[in-house]
Design a protein around this ligand. Sequence first.
Ligand code: GLC
Length: 821
Amino acid sequence: MVAATQGVDAAPKIALREVVWLDKATAFRPLTGGLQVQVGKAVVRISALRDDILRVQISPDGRFSRDASWAVLPQAQHHTVSVRAFSDRGAVGFRTASLKVRVQRSPFRLVVEDLTGHVISADAAGRPVEFHGASFEAHKTMPEGTHYFGLGDKTGPLDRRGESFTLWNTDAYGFQESTDPVYKSIPFFIGVTADGRSYGLLLDNTWRSWFDFGKAARDSLAFGAEGGALDYYLMAGAAPKDVVRDYAYLTGPSPLPPLWSLGYQQSRYSYMSDAEVRGIADRLRADKIPADVIYLDIDYQNRDRVFTVNKQTFPDIAKLATDLRKEDLRLVAITDLHIAHLPNQGYAPYDSGVAGDNFVKNADGSTYVAPVWPGPSVFPDFTRAKTRVWWGGLYKDFVEDGISGFWNDMNEPAIFETPTKTMPLDVVHRIDESGFSRRNASHAEIHNLYGMENTRATYEGLLQLAPDERPFVLTRASYAGGQRYALTWTGDNTASWNHLRLSVPMLLNLGLSGFAYSGADVGGFGGSPNADLLTRWMEVAAFTPFYRNHSVKGSLQREPWVDGPAQEAIRWHYIEERYRLLPYIYALADENARTGLPLMRPIFLEFPDVLNARADFGYEFLLGDHLLIAMPPYGESLVPFDVPLPKARWYDYWTGLEVTTAASNDARSSGIATIQENPALAVLPVFVRGGTILARQPLVQSTAQTPDGPLQLDVFPGRDCTATLYWDDGHSLEYKRGAFLRQTLHCDTLQDGLALTFDAREGSYAPWWKSIEVVLHGWDANSARAAIAGTAMTTRLNAKARTVSVVVPDQAGRAELLIEQ
Ligand code: GLC
């Protein structure tokens, strides 16, 4: 028996133009938790990491790298389950508790089925795997009716079917709907078949890679890379949500972010001075616009030199940070990775970087120098553990100054004055990292990983400097697994209605690809939005995970007040709603940290049936599993529009009243209902699914403030009525030591009313609320009585809103609230 991870310490070596394809399987031998197959010169290893997760490694010459993975966690990668081998005339293979893996002998073909014989993923019938010199390609069948999602922030529609994509991190300033590649490379997709079964595939390869979902050949799904190993993971799930969880198991979920990162954030390229930042802060507070963060873009620095401050315009940044904290605002500062090339000028980041040999080199061994914002720059070698430690230490002064979070931009890496917009492929990086053989690697291998390792260095450095604070790192570029270190945004979008629409599938696919905390620059980075566009964007983004208004230099100002009081009032209302919703949103953050399920979800994640409907759900989204946001699909149009809704009871978020939907008369859309909406700038259509217990809080101006009053629970009766409350101190790691509050609630409709059950609380954190106001919607009776644990409570009826409310003391233990006629 050979362990699946054993192998020689080398990448496959085949001659430059040699073509190797997998033809006939010639020999088999069992592996721990799997099987090894000889196919001519090539060797295929298939191992079961879990009953529902397989790893497939294929080498053209039988040599396998021993390196660990940048994406996959070691504990997941090294786990195996026992399998039962089988062999028949045509195939050999094994079974796990949920999968059957068949390797057809001749021609070679890998087919993975569930135990009922449904194919999950199958190699294409002819030449499914080919190696051409250092590159490879793999072909799989692409059944009709299967939909594909993922690949991070790639542009285009939500469903990837019919499209092809290149993964090569690119500074895509001014990207449009069909621009490819863009900033991130996340070689992971989810396939959902017509009958709702799902699987995921992660190609763990950092080289320039590509995915083709039936574009080159109609029914063929193909992927490949220019170099590196053919090493992929297959995840099988009964439903798409299972695959999302499996991917989080492999690559790790995002850690719980600081609560303030879920508040409203005001940015601009750039607020140019201390006085301008204070002016923004004062206006936010004077206009009572809730906000948590103001950003410092590159102009706070001295001549764009990272880790410096322009003392003329920002004379005392520590005092600025302290004064803003008094207004319950925090500062986030940009710290790009490029370091000005300033030998012998006393620039500490450069000098200490040289002293530690921390910069990447040209093929001839000299330091690679290239222009970015500060002019000629050098670039940290983030795949060296020592370089990451050095980089992390550079944050010391800023952390001491009270800057709360950091923004790692330009980390594709972006290079100016070169057509490729990045480093030459032969720039040399060093890999010096536990789990990896120590070696030099070309930029071609490291490019897609570079941004992620930049954020890893920042994240780990911040944890060293402030060991009990949750680090906040924002990144533009990343790779699979990068969600462990940073939040992200979709880069330099444009101020257009089209880009507002485009932001929805981009953020949804990022969420499915591990990045639960993503946002698009509100208003659009490039250009200047008209007043209505900015208002609508402020509305939609209030329901997306990362809510930041940001704009390019030279564009019109874009703070909430810029278009006069009528527009400001609408924007203000939506920012306030965001803050009221924080208990709901924070519970989603806790769920994400435990399961990997994103905060912002495509409709099909909760209602897989919609994939078979003719209706277009691609620009609707869910926040969690209870709120559905349906922006007008054509922003400027004043024509009424139909909102398709999946099968459920739905309530209007703003009125709390149940909505009446029209059943679709299209046979393929059975179960889909529609509701007609008239576009009104002040109203973003938002719906609450029946079966919701929606937690909200009294209004605050910042997450630094403690809400004053009861926690509000709005109960919208319906099926599967359950919710989880979560709270903690919002910023430290004490929650890992038990200082959190988690509590599950259920509601059950009774003949004459409703029972709301509080399960016993987990964790030791005492919340800010002392009482809970329960508002039950859809109450038509003209009387109501309520009792909790046998004690009668006063009720309040509102006939117009069709609600009954009752305020009860906070319930830490198991309790039942009965509301009856
Ligand atoms: C890049 C970023 C943008 C930032 C600018 C200046 O274009 O994507 O967000 O404002 O650089 O730092």
